[in-house]
Design a protein. Structure first.
Length: 276
């Protein structure tokens, strides 16, 4: 069989996934999971950052259809020409639903994201990585929701330890997780969410510090002690006033330096966009 004949034969192969199913059971989500794929994400300066995302892409399947076309999920990523942001994710979801003739769909991406930071005294620059993510979904009524997620390392210093000690106080690295559901058509940078978390910590962390910088961050944390409860409440106060945010959640895990367990707090609420 020559090449043209093989191509024709392939085109005439039966489409088993598209055959009817008689069990009358709809499937809410079906697709591909834990797919690792390179993507480009638009940063706060409008530049494209290359990273590798772990992706889950699913659609709803009506009760009358036997299966979805798994290869089409990969085709959608292969034909993605532009760097992504919030609006780009909405457009990607729309393309996926159209390609798979689906009334509902969901795309979940998580990826390492790098931000350049400047040391507070020496001004040396270095990169720091955060875990980032985006989830966009659309229901059968055409209602689309999109949420951004960042997991930000910071420093926390215990107010009680500082108060009761003659000198010093226990401090540790903490992990702030912010999930922000955006208003329809709104955009927000990952950097902005990271800055909110860092601004309300005892101190932010850096990739590269010289001795004068190390002195500065140590004293900054000592002058700005916060319980895990303070961290989530102070960040929540800022998220409440974000005009692009409808709903949010913030959590903090403090990896206690004097205990063999973590301290944890979480709070959820609505942003300014939910009031309009």
């Amino acid at each position: 069989m020559n090449a043209p004949d093989k191509a024709l034969h392939s085109m005439l192969l039966p489409d088993i996934q598209g055959t009817p199913d008689h069990r009358n059971l709809a499937i809410q989500e079906v697709g591909v999971r834990d797919l690792r794929y390179p993507i480009n994400w638009i940063d706060a300066q409008g530049q494209s950052q290359r990273t590798v995302a772990t992706i889950t892409m699913t659609v709803g399947l009506p009760p009358s259809v036997k299966g979805t076309h798994m290869s089409r999920f990969i085709e959608i990523l292969e034909t993605q020409e532009h760097a992504l942001n919030a609006q780009g994710m909405r457009e990607l979801l729309n393309r996926m639903q159209n390609r798979l003739t689906a009334s509902s769909g969901k795309i979940d991406m998580s990826f390492p994201y790098f931000i350049e930071k400047q040391a507070p005294v020496s001004k040396v620059k270095s990169l720091i990585d955060v875990d980032a993510g985006v989830i966009v979904s659309s229901d059968s009524n055409g209602q689309t929701t999109l949420s951004l997620k960042v997991v930000v390392p910071v420093t926390s210093l215990c107010p009680c330890s500082k108060e009761i000690s003659d000198y010093g106080a226990h401090n540790q690295r903490s992990q702030i997780t912010i999930i922000a559901e955006l208003a329809p058509h709104a955009d927000l940078t990952l950097e902005h969410l990271v800055q909110i978390a860092e601004a309300e910590a005892s101190c932010e962390v850096f990739g590269l510090l010289k001795r004068p910088d190390e002195k500065w961050v140590t004293e900054r944390a000592y002058d700005n002690p916060k319980f895990v409860e303070d961290l989530v409440r102070d960040i929540a106060m800022r998220l409440k006033d974000e005009p692009a945010v409808r709903h949010w959640s913030v959590s903090s895990e403090n990896f206690e330096s004097i205990h063999n367990h973590s301290a944890y707090a979480e709070i959820t609420g609505s942003g300014a966009a939910a009031r309009y």
